[in-house]
Design a protein around this ligand. Structure first.
Ligand code: MF3
Ligand code: CO
Ligand code: CO
Length: 256
């Protein structure tokens, strides 16, 4: 399959979907406190998407997944399944990842939350991982290479003595949730596919305090660090424009 190139008109529709996905994270933020269950957070997101946004939660039914969000706590790297019995506790770090379909187009985004008062090492992991995302986004423009993104992310992670998860990557996105190209969060500058105007893809680095190695739990979804140390992830959906890049999933806190 070839990489799809979106028209300006297509990108306008991606903007709408992206904005809605970001709004779900804005909406859920005040609820992320010690004592709430990830199942409850999932229910709130589902109801917001379906009843307020008149949109579709893309994760439901995706390869048999049954929930609206992925909720990944502490050593969970990604794809944590919300559960009414999983209660957030003071000091946890949490990623909520959500994808919304509006008018046939997808917006995919995630952010990290500090639950209550967190240890400085966790705050640092979350901050550096967000910096990795922004450093990856910064290099995107027509004529750059996908390897430039991976290189920028990996360099910043390594300088901070973290590791980059290699088993999962960003992805092209549009009318299809996961399409070409794969966007690796590690690599060599100037290598890989050349970035072109009209491409839309996600950048979603998963950064570990310990080693890069992962394992999947028996539920078939939950991905955890092999060494049990914590992991963080941030994700944006972006569009490549003539003069650079536009983030389609900016939250309120990201507008200057
Ligand atoms: N949103 C995730 C991503 O960034 C994929 C979640 S798939 C699910 O690509 F089925 F686990 F929800
Ligand atoms: Co994604
Ligand atoms: Co996602």
């Amino acid at each position: 399959m070839k990489i799809s190139i979106k028209s300006l008109n297509d990108i306008e529709k991606m903007k709408v979907a992206g904005k809605l996905a970001a709004e779900v994270l804005d909406m859920i933020t005040p609820y992320v406190i010690p004592g709430i269950s990830t199942g409850k957070l999932d229910k709130l997101c589902y109801e917001h998407i379906v009843n307020v946004q008149n949109a579709i939660p893309a994760n439901i039914g995706y390869k048999g997944y049954e929930k609206t969000i992925c909720s990944s706590i502490n050593q969970v790297i990604c794809h944590g399944i919300p559960n009414n019995n999983k209660i957030l506790k003071n000091g946890d770090i949490l990623n909520i990842d959500v994808t919304v379909i509006k008018d046939g187009w997808h917006g995919d985004t995630s952010k990290m939350f500090l639950v209550g008062k967190c240890a400085p090492h966790n705050e640092r992991l979350i901050r550096v991982t967000q910096e990795c995302l922004y450093k990856g986004i910064e290099v995107v423009k027509p004529g750059a290479y996908l390897g430039d993104i991976g290189h920028a992310i990996q360099k910043h992670a390594m300088e901070n003595h973290y590791s980059v998860v290699e088993d999962y990557c960003g992805h092209g996105i549009g009318k299809v949730y996961h399409e070409e190209p794969q966007v690796l969060h590690y690599g060599k500058a100037g290598t890989g596919i050349e970035i072109k105007e009209g491409m839309c893809f996600t950048i979603e680095p998963m950064i570990n305090q310990g080693t890069k190695y992962c394992k999947t739990l028996n539920d078939g979804w939950t991905v955890v660090t092999k060494d049990g140390r914590n992991s963080a992830q941030w994700e944006h959906t972006i569009a490549v424009l003539k003069n650079g890049v536009e983030i389609l999933t900016k939250r309120n806190e990201e507008f200057a």
